[in-house]
Design a protein around this ligand. Structure first.
Ligand SMILES: Cc1ncc(COP(=O)(O)O)c(C=O)c1O
Length: 371
């Protein structure tokens, strides 16, 4: 039995009767840029992150870049983040004019270690970018306290975490709710994925929302009038129409992912070599990825691929070791937990359409490898 890492065609079968007519409405109206659906999506995504404003843009990368552009970073300004993330997190910091400063991760959650964040703050630090990696939130109460203490901006990289939440002082707080801004990605493989690229910034700050709206259209609120230099980063109406129809299913899909994750974790209790992912008890995980740690990871990966089971390594190389960041001066061994994670992690199929039968094949094939 083949088990793909993600089966978007299976998802399409369940939503096409709903999404295709919505798509045709856009085609009929011929309003492809910033149509009404974009504004509606902005409101809906703001609502699912308990934020007041949503600003749609062309990608998750741009959601980070635009957020960082509001800081007017000067050469030498530092932004603290994790090296165990997708490249965009640090690439956006550089492209906004800042210097990424990396800190190591907590081996249990894969999220950055708050004590190391505190230790990395210098007089040049302007912002912190917590990344809610794989769909589990960072300790945001800790991040916000640190930011308040040092007068820093917090830009949540929530690209993998739409709808993830964390109980803080007895209240559920959502990914994107507490930071100065939160950045979401609608890349097709995301929990809420479009049919192409897309992204969204959320914020509680009205003035900031207004500035972000300008920055995404070349820095002008009025056509042909430019207050500052922005970029072109809009969300297509077609994407908004698709995303609106998918958003109503997101909670159910995230619950299905959690159920599948729970089944794996129970099943891997019998396989000594497999370390299941750990959820901080304060968090509700949305399992964008279900990521195990294993010895002989590359051999296991090949064993699974040879048997038609999809799996992937997120991420094989930490960002501080990427050639493009060599000038930052970090070497091998600078962040041992991030580097160890890069050697040990393997992400398994965890999508809502994954059947129990398929999941049992994944578990059995991994068990067989280690027996
Ligand atoms: C953690 C993280 N940050 C940023 C991004 C960038 O998002 P996009 O691919 O939509 O530009 C992604 C997704 O690819 C991501 O996983």
């Amino acid at each position: 039995m083949k088990v793909p890492l993600l089966d978007l065609r299976a998802q399409f079968e369940t939503i096409k009767d709903d999404v295709l007519p919505a798509l045709m409405e856009v085609v009929e109206a011929q309003r492809f840029i910033m149509g009404d659906q974009v504004r509606e999506l902005e409101q809906r995504v703001a609502a699912v992150s308990n934020a007041r404003f949503g600003i749609a843009c062309a990608s998750g990368t741009d959601a980070l870049l635009l957020s960082l552009m509001t800081l007017n970073l000067q050469a030498g300004d530092e932004v603290v983040t994790t090296p165990f993330t997708f490249f965009a997190t640090a690439g956006a910091i550089h492209n906004a004019g800042g210097t990424p400063v990396f800190v190591d991760i907590d081996p249990a959650t894969f999220n950055f270690d708050l004590e190391q964040v505190a230790a990395a703050i210098t007089p040049r630090t302007r912002a912190i970018v917590p990344v809610h990696i794989f769909g589990q939130m960072v300790d945001m109460e800790g991040v916000m306290a640190l930011a308040a203490q040092h007068g820093l901006v917090v830009i949540e990289d929530a690209a993998q975490a739409i709808g993830a939440r964390r109980k803080i002082d007895g209240t559920w707080r959502l990914a994107g709710e507490l930071g100065t801004t939160g950045a979401f990605s609608f890349f097709p493989s995301k929990n809420l994925g479009g049919w192409g690229d897309g992204g969204m910034i959320v914020t509680q700050d009205e003035a900031l929302a207004e500035r972000l709206r300008k920055l995404r259209t070349h820095g002008g609120a009025k056509q042909y009038h430019h207050d500052e230099i922005g970029i072109n980063s809009r969300l297509d109406t077609i994407q908004a129409a698709v995303l609106l129809r998918k958003l109503v299913r997101l909670e159910k899909w995230s619950a299905a992912r959690r159920e599948r994750a729970g089944h794996y974790t129970a099943a891997f209790g019998d396989v000594d070599d497999v370390t299941s992912p750990v959820t901080d008890p304060a968090n509700e995980h949305i399992y964008h990825q279900y990521t195990i740690r294993v010895p002989r990871r590359d051999e296991l990966k090949q064993h699974l691929l040879d048997r038609g089971i999809g799996c992937a390594v997120y991420y094989p190389k930490a960002l501080h070791l990427q050639p493009c960041f060599a000038a930052l001066g970090y070497g091998e061994g600078a962040f041992p937990e991030s580097e160890r994670a890069c050697r040990e992690v393997l992400s398994l199929p965890v999508y809502p359409e994954l059947s129990r039968e398929q999941q049992d094949v994944v578990v059995e094939t991994i068990g067989e490898f280690y027996r």
